[in-house]
Design a protein around this ligand. Sequence first.
Ligand SMILES: [Zn+2]
Length: 375
Amino acid sequence: MSTPGSSTSPGDSAVTPASTPPVRPTVPGANLSALRDHNAAAVLTLVRVAGEGGISRVELARQSGLTAQAISKIVQRLVEDGLLAETGRGASTGGKPRTLLTLVPEARWAVGAQLGRDALTVLRADLTGRVVADRRVPIDLAGWGPARVLDLLAEEVGRLLADVPRERVLGVGVASPGPLDQLAGVLHQVTGAPSWDGLPLRDEVAGRLGLPALIEKDSTAGVLSGLGSPNRAFVHLDRGLGAGLVLGGAVQRGARTNAGEFGHQTLDPNGPRCRCGNTGCVEALWAAAPTPQAAAAVLGEAVANLVRLLDLDEVVLGGREVLAAPDVYPAEILRVLAARLPDPAWQPVTVSLAPSGPNAVALGAAGLVLSRLFG
Ligand SMILES: [Zn+2]
């Protein structure tokens, strides 16, 4: 089992494109324009994965399965759009050296926002998922209600984009506490914030900003904030507790896009009353714990259940409560895992803090927007 703070993530702030592998042109008779867009997205993804070293057209053709002619046309269009640049020459196995292509990070921007219960975080990320600007301001999600909070969101995003041409902004991803319907873009009964029930958050944000918008549950956004194991959870402990899940390399949202409501599992039916109305929920036991260590141990028990249920090998921790006690949570959770897993030596699980820290959830929301470009 690894030590706290270790991580298998290869990148600090890279937003995961891995759940959407390149699309190969294997569907006969598919709509040509759609096919072309899929293929362009696949090419962009391959160039992004290649990183600063770049990739040649020949290699793009080999990896994508597209013809050299198709690659040539797609690359030409992406260069004309400013998304790709020819940046150097690579070694050749014979004949002339190959021109290498790289992504132009600042060609487009994605905005990510996190609606927290008492803070609003907004950030701007480039095409590589690097955060170039961020802002965090206090709010009272339940007390202020939607109009005041969303007006402030629009104002803060406006500041982030003050010197950016709007046509270079891909859109805004907004992460919020759940439950919510990610596909419809509508919030449901957000615990403790009744004035937000039924709010069409996606359309409200898009209308205020004049930009495409997407919404996501905060914990699910968090799991998209960095690269990592194909079987991992992002455990988000703020004023509520949720888990974002990637299994088999794909993000899991469940039947109503509401998977990961982790905080209201019953750990002790005779336990303290929870604000959700049930008794002995993880959140209630966590809140009733007398010390930070005891609170972390409660979370550890819940994480151990999650790891055993889903056979995870990586748990990333985020949220204000965890970040406020970084020396306590990973160590305590690892201790409980070591006690609960039947064969810890055979079932190693890394437990680490999210590399992007307080920006993790908003960065994942920006990643949602980027994933639309990368296919
Ligand atoms: Zn509860």
